[in-house]
Ligand binder design. Structure first.
Ligand code: DX5
Ligand code: ZN
Length: 217
């Protein structure tokens, strides 16, 4: 199980310190929620902020783009140092082209699906994808409740990946907490994103241990 803490719930005034603390706590990934105020109602940060922090951190930068027509900014995000770029299937009319372009730019391509978006949106693309992100809340804000049908969606996605002999990772984002992480991992989630449930209880080393223990119990 990989835990990717969502910086959306961190202290934006101390991002460099937050990244250092995550690294110190033994985490490998960090999740950046980029919001444009169009695809989702909220606005966060963009390529210049990610670029400024890239030099300060060795963490794997897992960049979740909640922006309309992500094709306009792919180069900016890979240039900023994103290791993985995840675009929403609902945000572009040319998903295959966007995925191929991310790979061409040297980052790992991933696609996110909103709760109501069917898995069929990524069926043809699975061999090209490093990861599929199953949104278990409607994107835009931290601290929302897990939508229960997401569990079946994760199970079915994992089944399709295995049936085709692929190694595409399954990520879940939204309402992940100590209480549901074991069931999520059993259903097939490889990467858990956690914002509020992770950052609300420092120190991060202990929080990370609690997640690992809960997921593997
Ligand atoms: C929601 C974001 C999530 C968010 C999760 O739009 O994509 O990454 O930070 O926050 P929690 O874990 O609090 O639901
Ligand atoms: Zn996210």
């Amino acid at each position: 199980m990989i835990l990717s803490p969502s910086l959306l719930s961190s202290d934006f005034g101390r991002l460099a310190d937050e990244l250092a603390a995550l690294e110190q706590a033994g985490l490998d990934w960090v999740h950046w929620d980029v919001m444009d105020g169009l695809f989702v109602p909220n606005i966060t940060f963009g390529p210049p902020v990610i670029k400024a922090l890239r030099g300060r951190s060795k963490l794997f930068f897992d960049v979740h783009l909640m922006i309309e027509r992500p094709e306009r900014y792919l180069h900016e995000f890979t240039d900023a140092g994103a290791d993985l770029v995840c675009v929403h299937a609902e945000a572009t009319a040319h998903l295959e082209r966007v995925v191929a372009e991310i790979a061409r730019l040297g980052a790992k391509p991933a696609v996110a699906l909103n709760p109501a978006t069917p898995l069929e949106m990524v069926d043809y693309l699975l061999p090209q994808l490093h990861m599929v992100l199953v949104m278990s809340v409607n994107p835009g804000f931290g601290g929302q409740s897990f939508i229960p049908f997401s569990m079946d969606k994760i199970r079915e996605l994992k089944r399709r990946i295995r049936a085709r002999g692929l190694s595409t990772l399954v990520q879940v984002d939204g309402g992940v907490c100590l209480e549901n992480c074991r069931e999520l991992v059993e259903a097939g989630a490889d990467v858990l994103v956690s914002g509020s449930a992770f950052f609300s209880r420092p120190p991060y080393g202990e929080r990370y241990a609690a997640f690992r223990e809960a997921a593997e119990a």
